[in-house]
Design a protein around this ligand. Structure first.
Ligand code: GSH
Length: 251
C-alpha cells in the first residue's frame, strides 16, 4: 500500500515535469570514457541534466552528493572550488563545469547531433522542476550512513521512470555511485508500462541501445534493473532493489 502511494507520488513528479526524460532520440555519440556527474536526486537543476542524459541516450557515472554527504562532496570542492551541484566532469575532453544550463548545452553540442532545447524555455523548466521536487519531500536529499562498495553499480533507468526514481533516491541517500545506463524509450510503441507493450505489440522487435542489451542480459526490457558486481547480484523491481540496498549497504 505504502509502495503504491509512493509510486503514485513519483508519477506526479514526472507529470509536473511533463514527462521530460522519457524518450531517447538516438544520434548521440557515446563518449569513449564515461561522463561523470556529481548530483543529487532532489535537486531541480540536477534533474534537468539527468533528463538531457536520457534524451541524448548518454550513459554516465553518477556520484551522489546529498546534503550532509561526505563521500563525493569534498571531491567537487577540490575540483571546482565549491560545493554546487550539478557538476560535470568529462574525462574525454578534460572539461569540467557547474551550471545545469551550461552542462546541458555542452552535452548537446559535444555529443548530440542536434541543437540543445531553446534557453527561452529555461524559466519554465526550472520552475516546473522545483515544483516536481515537492511531492518527493526529502527523498534523495539527505545522506544516510552506508558502507561504500568497491565497484560502482550499473543501473538501467530513464529519468521520468517513477519506479527507477525510487531506486535512484535511495542510491543517492546512501551515496552509492553507479553507472547510469540510459534506457529511454526509442519509439512511441514503447510508451506506457512494459506489459502494455508486450500485450499490444507482441511481435515488435526491441529497439534501443541499452534496451537490446537489457533483453540479452536479463531476458526482458524493464527498468529499474540493478547490477551489483560486488556481490554478483542483478535485480528487477524497485521494491526488491531498495530492500537489497538497505540490507547490504545501509549502516
Ligand atoms: N544555477 C545553478 C544552480 C545550482 C544549485 O543551486 N544547486 C544547488 C542544489 S539544487 C546546490 O548546489 N546547493 C548546494 C548544496 O547542495 O550544498 C545550476 O543551474 O546548476
Amino acid at each position: 500500500m505504502l509502495t503504491s502511494l509512493d509510486v503514485l507520488n513519483s508519477t506526479l513528479t514526472s507529470t509536473l515535469r511533463f514527462w521530460r526524460g522519457t524518450n531517447a532520440r538516438g544520434g548521440a555519440q557515446q563518449p569513449a570514457r564515461h561522463l561523470q556527474l556529481y548530483e543529487f536526486e532532489a535537486c531541480p537543476f540536477c534533474r534537468l541534466v539527468r533528463e538531457a542524459l536520457t534524451e541524448l541516450d548518454l550513459d554516465a557515472l553518477i556520484y551522489p552528493t546529498p546534503h550532509g554527504g561526505r563521500r563525493f562532496r569534498p571531491k567537487v570542492e577540490k575540483l571546482g572550488g565549491r560545493q554546487q551541484f550539478p557538476f560535470l566532469v568529462d574525462p574525454n575532453t578534460g572539461e569540467s563545469m557547474y551550471e545545469s544550463a551550461d552542462i546541458i548545452a555542452y552535452l548537446y553540442q559535444r555529443y548530440g547531433e542536434r541543437p540543445a532545447p531553446s534557453r527561452l524555455l529555461r524559466p519554465l523548466d526550472v520552475s516546473s522542476s522545483v515544483l516536481a521536487s515537492i511531492p518527493r519531500f526529502r527523498a534523495g536529499s539527505r545522506a544516510r550512513p552506508s558502507r561504500a562498495p568497491k565497484r560502482p553499480f550499473e543501473l538501467f533507468s530513464f529519468e521520468s521512470s517513477p519506479y527507477s526514481r525510487r531506486v535512484r533516491e535511495l542510491l543517492c541517500e546512501l551515496e552509492l555511485p553507479y553507472l547510469l545506463r540510459s534506457t529511454g524509450k526509442a519509439r512511441w510503441q514503447d510508451l506506457g508500462p512494459p506489459l502494455l507493450r508486450t500485450t499490444l505489440f507482441p511481435d515488435l522487435p526491441v529497439t534501443g541501445r541499452t534496451r537490446q542489451e537489457l533483453l540479452e542480459r536479463a531476458g526482458k526490457v524493464q527498468v529499474p534493473y540493478l547490477v551489483d558486481a560486488n556481490t554478483g547480484t542483478a535485480l528487477f523491481e524497485s521494491e526488491a532493489i531498495r530492500t537489497y540496498l538497505l540490507d547490504t549497504y545501509a549502516r
